[in-house]
Design a protein around this ligand. Structure first.
Ligand code: ATP
Ligand code: MG
Ligand code: MG
Ligand code: MG
Length: 486
């Protein structure tokens, strides 16, 4: 019997605990006091100030299972969901961190021991490939001479894609902040699957899948691009829980692991879908995770900032449900099955289950009123197209009148190999702004324009049954920020 997702999460934490790491709980998806970041996108986020030497902790080694969302913002995987075997909008990142304690040598040796050790994950060594930063001879030699990986399976990736540090093997959290060269570990799922090793033209296939990124944190990137050395070289690693689980459960796609199999069954139940292989089931199973946990962490659907990203994801999910033939509101019904599959990582969600369901239901009901008519209009427009580009004006009308986020329209079009004229959409949006003298930031659909404020800790929801409002409350020094649902 292979290990369950929950057992693998625990095994990771246990392993690093035996190596002297403090087990630290996941932080919120809404970054605490960091206006440069839309959502928590990596395990290191909560330790940013520790890496910068601005914060001290009573430990110099930590390990976490961090909930992450990569939708909107610098790392955006929303468009990948449903199309690759390995991307989610929400996933858990398993990480180990050294704050000026160990560096390359131990970081690499720990990873290897966990992955290949008999009493740990016991993976076949010949299936593992690694990349190092192009000029990082030190990391290369550790892999090659100490660990014994043959040169054929060590790939240098670096400056070849343009400016130094522009490539995949140089990790950065955002446009500013701690960053550094990295070494990544890939798993070869076998030659029955299409794809090539990292750095090859077929690397985007599903055969060689990146499982673990080990970052050697050495610099603090400033907004003007300068790289200041960090006070002490440190280590930050991230391994996708769902990806390592796929490997350990001998399946190629994350969507085939125990957690997703079970969730996908629940999606099929609430939408009355019969074909379990339908892509829309995977999309919905993915989206219920990001949406539920975002709401759980204090994000409410709205027309700007974080709330708009949430709204976009909910509406996409609702559209996929509609395609599957769901007759009624269905999305909120998935919160309960989600809590089940998340085990310990779902405890907070369980506490807030009622409110999360209410927020989702309200948003779905609201959108359901215009969804069908909007899709009809889109169908008619698509039928009349003489080329493969949907005019920006149409996309804008869908946005403005029917509440279709641009990426939802693009999602529908992509299924028929049609592109959306995004420039035209922007122009139409800009014209409307001028007309209405809208304040900036309203309903903007562009990741780059998303503005977020840095709220301090989310303290919970207040639900006023009589008024029908749900209010998210943040303690920000003296002030309390309120957001209303609906
Ligand atoms: P990819 O190249 O596959 O998009 P990445 O290089 O963007 O991954 P990192 O930023 O290095 O990913 O994050 C560390 C690890 O987190 C990855 O090695 C992977 O295991 C996991 N991971 C990253 N993005 C996702 C995602 N969208 N869904 C699931 N797991 C992810
Ligand atoms: Mg990526
Ligand atoms: Mg990568
Ligand atoms: Mg990576």
């Amino acid at each position: 019997m292979s290990k369950s997702t929950a057992e693998i999460r625990q095994a990771f934490l246990d392993f690093f605990h035996t190596k002297g790491h403090q087990i630290v709980p996941s932080s919120s998806l809404v970054p605490n006091n960091d206006p440069t970041l839309l959502f928590t996108n990596a395990g290191m986020n909560q330790f940013k100030d520790v890496f910068l030497g601005l914060d001290n902790r009573p430990y110099s080694r930590a390990t976490t299972a961090q909930r992450c969302v990569r939708a909107g913002g610098k790392h955006n995987d929303l468009e990948n969901v449903g199309y690759t075997a390995r991307h989610h909008t929400f996933f858990e990142m398993l990480g180990n961190f050294s704050f000026g304690d160990y560096f390359k040598h131990d970081a690499i040796n720990f990873a290897w021991e966990l992955l290949t050790g008999k009493e740990w994950f016991n993976l076949p060594k010949e299936r593992l490939w690694v990349t190092v930063y192009a000029t990082d001879d030190e990391a290369y030699d550790i892999w090659n001479k100490e660990i014994g990986i043959p040169a054929e399976r060590i790939i240098r990736i670096g400056d070849n894609k343009g400016a130094p540090f522009a490539s995949d093997n140089f990790w950065q959290m955002g446009d500013t902040g701690p960053c550094g060269p990295c070494t990544e570990i890939f798993y070869d799922h076998g030659d029955h699957i299409w794809g090539g090793p990292p750095g090859s033209p077929e690397e985007d296939g599903d055969r060689y899948i990146e499982i673990w990124n080990i970052v050697f944190m050495q610099f603090n990137r400033q907004s003007d691009g300068t790289m200041d050395p960090l006070p002490k070289p440190s280590v930050d690693t991230g391994m996708g829980l769902e990806r390592i689980t796929a490997v350990l459960q001998h399946v190629n796609s994350n969507y085939d692991i125990d957690l997703f199999r079970s969730l996908i069954k629940s999606v099929a139940q609430v939408t009355n879908a019969t074909d379990l292989e339908n892509k829309s089931l995977r999309v919905i199973a993915d989206h219920i995770r990001s949406c539920s946990f975002l709401i759980c962490d204090g994000v409410i659907p709205s027309n700007e900032g974080r709330g708009y990203v949430l709204r976009r994801i909910i509406r996409r999910a609702v559209r996929h449900g509609y395609m599957l033939g769901a007759k009624d509101t269905f999305f909120y019904k998935l919160v309960a099955p989600l809590i089940e599959v998340m085990a310990e990582a779902g405890e907070e969600l369980k506490r807030q289950q009622d409110i999360v369901e209410k927020v989702l239901k309200t948003e779905e009901e609201q959108f359901a009123r215009t969804l069908e008519r909007g899709l009809q209009l889109l169908d008619e427009e698509l039928a009349q197209l003489t080329d493969d580009v949907l005019p920006g004006e149409t996309a804008f009308r869908l946005y403005d009148t029917y509440g279709f986020p641009l990426d939802l329209t693009a999602d529908v079009c992509r299924e028929r190999n049609i592109k959306v004229d995004e420039k035209g959409f922007e122009v139409a949006m800009e014209e409307q702004r001028k007309r209405a003298r809208e304040s900036s930031g309203f309903g903007t659909d562009y990741n780059s324009l998303i503005k977020v404020d840095s709220r301090s800790e989310f303290s919970g929801y207040e639900h006023d049954e009589q008024q029908g409002t749900i209010t998210a409350i943040f303690h920000n020094g003296q002030s309390v920020t309120e957001l209303k649902a609906g």
